[in-house]
Write a protein that binds this ligand. Structure first.
Ligand code: NAP
Length: 466
């Protein structure tokens, strides 16, 4: 293949990535966006492998089939609620792959008895550093989400100082490795310290913040790939890495904004080190023991079926219960009775951005019934019944009023402003942030306890009888 054709193929792949990313921003186009980006990646990989004659044709095909089979199996097996764990692992593998390619380049220079130019040497070390940090950090993030290790923020004295010293040592090693070539002992020490930095950077972050950390590590894995692209002079890798790096950091910023937290607070704030939970709720600085009001499925069905507008608020619990089909069925029944049904989707409802959109799309909920927080909030005052289904933190009014709450400042769905609010959950346990929710004690709120799927099935049969 001529150089010009290869460059054109990489350009076409890059266009596929950009179109794919653009389409991912809308639920209706996300699937095709994914397919377009994946096709671009397939073309780029095949071109690289065939062109460079890295391996024989048979090995390439065997590798592609094996990789695709493993990816497909994982994608089919993993539950929607475990997607962050899978993304954490994939980020880690991406970082490790970049570090390994850069390491292999180091060894290749050694074998050829050549000394890399300073720019290549520094880029190689940066790729190894970022790739190794991404790998070990992602494994810790996975372990925290999978509860293999504690999800609590692990803190100890002088933690930030130690991390800063470690980081400084790694920068010094980059300079030394670039000057003294080759030095395999120094290289091994460099990799070990980089892996330790990845572990130490993620353990002080609570499990609650892992999705943000994963988005950030995703960005790191892109940076590592782009660096490796410079090392092996592969334009496709540079473009793909830069796109992943940029989109990962944008996603991180969106998540931080939706939780009203700075990235510094997420990374160094040890959120979740000792979250307080209890049966009482703090209102205006005072702990108040309040009774809650329970509702039965038949009363809840009447409340909704005889209203003009019902807003359904899906949350993480709906995904756990896999009750998306039931929620759509209930909505359709209510609509047949003349009720206007809308879904209110909070940007960080669930465990990753877009979690609720994907969940509801799986049940064929029409996209035009999904409302963003800013669009639906002014409507709650005219809403007869809000049905909070497995959501908690994203409807906690403490985020608006309680300056002492860890949720303070996070924009929320104003369900407490609706005429009546039904909260479906299994117990009085708190949500992800580990804090009590004063919505449950509000006079307009009624609790419908039970698994979301069971409660929705009960509601469906009650509405059918009306
Ligand atoms: P949440 O605050 O975690 O609350 C989920 C609720 O669902 C829990 O209170 C739980 O109560 C209930 N639940 C669990 N399983 C259930 C089942 N089978 N049936 C019925 N209810 C069930 O969820 P959220 O309101 O969606 O808020 C998301 C949280 O994740 C926020 O704190 C957000 O900051 C955080 N977060 C999200 C992202 C993201 O990108 N989406 C990223 C980072 C952090 P019971 O145990 O009593 O049933």
């Amino acid at each position: 293949m001529t150089e010009a054709i290869i460059k054109l193929v990489y350009l076409a792949a890059a266009i596929c990535f950009i179109i794919g990313l653009k389409r991912l921003s809308h639920p209706a186009k996300a699937r095709s966006g994914n397919a377009i980006a994946a096709t671009g990646m397939l073309v780029a990989i095949a071109t690289t492998l065939f062109n460079n004659e890295i391996l024989s044709f048979q090995y390439i095909i065997i590798g592609m089939i094996a990789g695709a089979a493993i990816g497909l199996t994982f994608a089919k097996m993993v539950k929607m609620t475990s997607m962050p764990e899978m993304v954490a692992l994939l980020n880690g593998f991406g970082g490790a792959a970049s570090a390994l390619v850069a390491g292999a380049e180091y060894l290749r220079y050694m074998a050829l008895n050549e000394v890399p130019t300073p720019d290549i040497a520094v880029t190689m070390q940066l790729s190894i550093l970022i790739g190794s940090v991404t790998f070990s950090g992602s494994i810790i993030a996975w372990g925290k989400l999978q509860e293999v290790i504690t999800g609590t923020a692990v803190t100890y004295p002088l933690q930030k100082t130690l991390n800063a010293l470690l980081f400084t040592a790694l920068i010094v090693l980059i300079v030394m490795l670039s000057i003294q070539f080759p030095n395999t002992n120094l290289l091994i020490a460099f990799v070990v310290l980089a892996l330790i930095l990845g572990v130490l950077s993620v353990i002080p972050i609570g499990g609650a913040d892992m999705p943000v950390v994963i988005a950030l590590l995703n960005s790191y894995s892109g940076l590592a790939a782009a660096m490796t692209g410079f090392v092996i002079n592969n334009h496709g890798l540079i473009i793909a890495g830069a796109l992943v790096g940029a989109s990962g950091i944008i996603l991180t910023a969106i998540m931080c904004k939706a939780m009203n937290r700075s990235l510094g607070n997420v990374l160094f704030g040890a959120f979740g080190a000792g979250a307080e939970t209890g049966s009482s709720v703090i209102v205006a600085g005072q702990a108040i023991e309040q009774p809650i009001k329970q509702i039965t499925a038949d009363d809840a069905a009447m409340l909704m079926a005889y209203g003009k507008q019902v807003v359904i608020v899906p949350g993480y619990g709906l995904a756990v219960a896999q009750a998306q089909h039931e929620v759509r069925e209930l909505a359709e029944l209510l609509e047949k009775k003349g009720v206007t049904v809308k879904y209110a989707v909070h940007p960080v409802a669930g465990r990753m951005p877009g979690h609720m959109n994907v969940l509801l799309a799986e049940a064929n909920v029409p996209y035009d019934e999904l409302y963003d927080m800013d669009d639906i909030n002014p409507e709650f005052e005219q809403t007869d019944g809000s049905l909070v289904s497995g959501a908690n933190d994203v409807v906690n009014p403490a985020a608006r009023s309680n300056t002492a709450s860890p949720l303070y400042g996070m924009p929320i769905l104003d369900v407490d402003k609706s005429r009546a609010c039904i909260v479906m959950k299994r117990s009085m346990r708190p949500g992800f942030a580990g804090v009590d929710n004063e919505l449950f004690f509000a006079t307009a709120t009624s609790m419908l306890f039970g698994d979301a799927k069971d409660s929705l099935k009960n509601l469906i049969s009650e509405v059918k009888e009306l």
